[in-house]
Design a protein around this ligand. Structure first.
Ligand code: DC
Length: 218
């Protein structure tokens, strides 16, 4: 069984997908974390994330691995090192969006994503899961919300982690990333034709989870 959850950043995908996976006993796969690993490697090696050629040249140096801890929490390993926390830094977000528009990067990560879905029941979240990675997923959901509410949620999350960042900056980043993810040529952020669109702008987390479970149970 494959459940694809796509949508823009801050729509609540990861929180909700994790909760749904737990409820159903499926594996939760956060695919954005894979792009974040590539971006982090580029940043650490002074490779410009918009420089397609330079990013492609560094790909053979990279091994990205997903591992799960005893609580079922996904941890990311970049060349054997745990980078789970490092990839969450705000500067990695836009860089991840940059590298995600490079066809070779998407090709590099596609097999990894499909292999996991072949071996497990999954709830996979990302931007192109229903359209490209798992076009045969049994359930496809496109989760969205207004940019303002997404920025508000993301801002709260970052502040709780101890980061000093303003709401205005978060909103600006979210809008810039939306624009870049929607307008890229390869696997752009969009709802699959057969996806069910859920707008969580006016929904609490509990309401959104209920909506999601109702859709999955049909
Ligand atoms: O979900 P996230 O914010 O961690 O994703 C970071 C970036 O990675 C996002 O801006 C676009 C890209 N991404 C993608 O292109 N395809 C996916 N399946 C997941 C993420």
């Amino acid at each position: 069984m494959k459940i694809a959850i796509d949508g823009p950043s801050g729509a609540g995908k990861s929180t909700l997908a994790r909760m749904v996976a737990k409820k159903l006993g499926y594996l939760y796969v956060d695919t954005g974390a894979l792009y974040r690993c590539i971006a982090l490697y580029a940043i650490r090696n002074d490779v410009a994330t918009k420089d397609c050629r330079a990013v492609c040249e560094m790909l053979p140096e990279i091994t990205v691995e997903l591992r799960y801890d005893e609580d079922g929490f996904q941890r990311m390993f970049l060349n054997g090192l745990d980078v789970t926390e490092d990839i969450r830094k705000p500067e990695v977000s836009m860089a991840a969006s940059d590298v995600s528009s490079i066809p070779d990067v998407r090709k590099f990560l596609l097999k990894l994503q499909r292999d996991i879905a072949d071996k497990n029941n999954v709830v996979m979240d990302g931007r192109d899961i229903g359209t490209v990675v798992l076009p045969n997923a049994e359930v496809k959901i496109f989760l969205t919300a207004s940019p303002e509410i997404r920025a508000e949620r993301r801002h709260k999350e970052l502040v709780e982690k101890g980061l000093k960042i303003s709401y205005t900056d978060v909103l600006r980043d979210i809008k810039a990333r939306d624009m870049q993810d929607i307008s890229r040529e390869i696997a752009p952020l969009k709802a699959a034709d057969d996806a069910i669109i859920l707008d969580t702008t006016n929904c609490s987390l509990e309401d959104s989870l209920k909506m999601l479970i109702d859709v999955i149970r049909g």
